[in-house]
Ligand binder design. Structure first.
Ligand SMILES: [Zn+2]
Ligand SMILES: [Zn+2]
Length: 271
């Protein structure tokens, strides 16, 4: 049996004698299948091709976990270190022995989660490597689980994954799209880890949220309102999204620019 991963989204699929044929994640209207067609790879093949893990500090107690060369959509995992154990958020679609040992040196992994199905990577392989720790998946996105496993823990609404480290279900991009609030982050000023639930704009000062980022399908005002209702009560000054960061005044920027988004989708265009 082999663990096949989709070459486009880098998401691991259930152990099987042959590759699954179709990737339903990529066939969904939120993603894409390349013009060259569906293809699959394995961890061993990626290692033979020279892929390796990279672990890099972003700020105290926060490390980026990436793969070089770039794999799939180039996702960046995060290791959030807390006194009650470490959260591995959105692990990449590749794991190797040296990278895992580096994570051991940083205190290992006590829980794994992702903001939504697109960024689950090799979550189950990481869980098995780090003692079968729980992998949190929003129950609303259960249908998108590609590799079922007993380590998966379904949840809804909000969940305290580690002492003081909560994940909140916001919906929007996916029904189960979530954010993690890390109150101790940025020396106690608070950090929001938003994945693709709230994205950072190209100007590095704005936030947005879409049903599909690559196919430009927007969200209705009601979905943006719901995100604001959930994250505005949280204290944070920095926000790490899946592909960007609002370094300063993130709370203000999220409120201001998601309200601007609501105005545009409601047809209240500026003069
Ligand atoms: Zn795929
Ligand atoms: Zn996504």
């Amino acid at each position: 049996m082999t663990i096949f991963s989709c070459s486009t989204c880098a998401i691991e699929h259930a152990d099987a004698p042959e590759s699954p044929g179709r990737c339903e994640i990529c066939e969904d209207e939120r993603q894409w299948v390349p013009a060259s067609g569906q293809s699959w790879t394995t961890r061993d093949e990626l290692e033979a091709r020279g892929h390796s893990m990279e672990v890099r500090e972003l700020e105290p107690n926060l490390h980026a976990i990436t793969t070089t060369p770039k794999l799939g959509i180039g996702q960046r995992g995060l290791l959030v270190r807390t006194p009650g154990g470490n959260l591995l958020f959105e692990p990449p679609g590749f794991i190797d022995a040296a990278g895992a040992r580096r994570i051991d040196e940083l205190g290992g992994v006590a829980a794994i989660a992702s903001s939504h199905p697109h960024l689950t990577g090799s979550s189950i392989q990481y869980s098995h490597r780090f003692g079968h720790v729980p992998v949190y998946v929003a129950a609303a996105d259960e249908q998108w689980i590609r590799r079922p496993d007993p380590v998966i823990r379904l949840w809804e609404g909000k969940v305290e994954m580690l002492p003081g480290l909560w994940m909140y279900q916001c919906g929007g991009h996916f029904a189960g799209s979530s954010v993690v609030h890390w109150p101790a982050g940025r020396k106690g000023a608070g950090v929001l880890v938003s994945g693709d639930t709230i994205a950072v704009g190209g100007d590095r000062t704005s936030a947005n949220a879409m049903r599909s980022y690559v196919n430009n399908i927007p969200l209705p005002a009601s979905a943006i309102e719901r995100i604001l209702d959930i994250v505005m009560p949280l204290e944070f000054t920095r926000m790490y999204s899946a592909f960007g960061v609002l370094e300063e005044d993130a709370h203000t920027a999220v409120e201001r620019t998601l309200r601007r988004y609501i105005s545009w989708v409601n047809g209240e265009m500026p003069e």
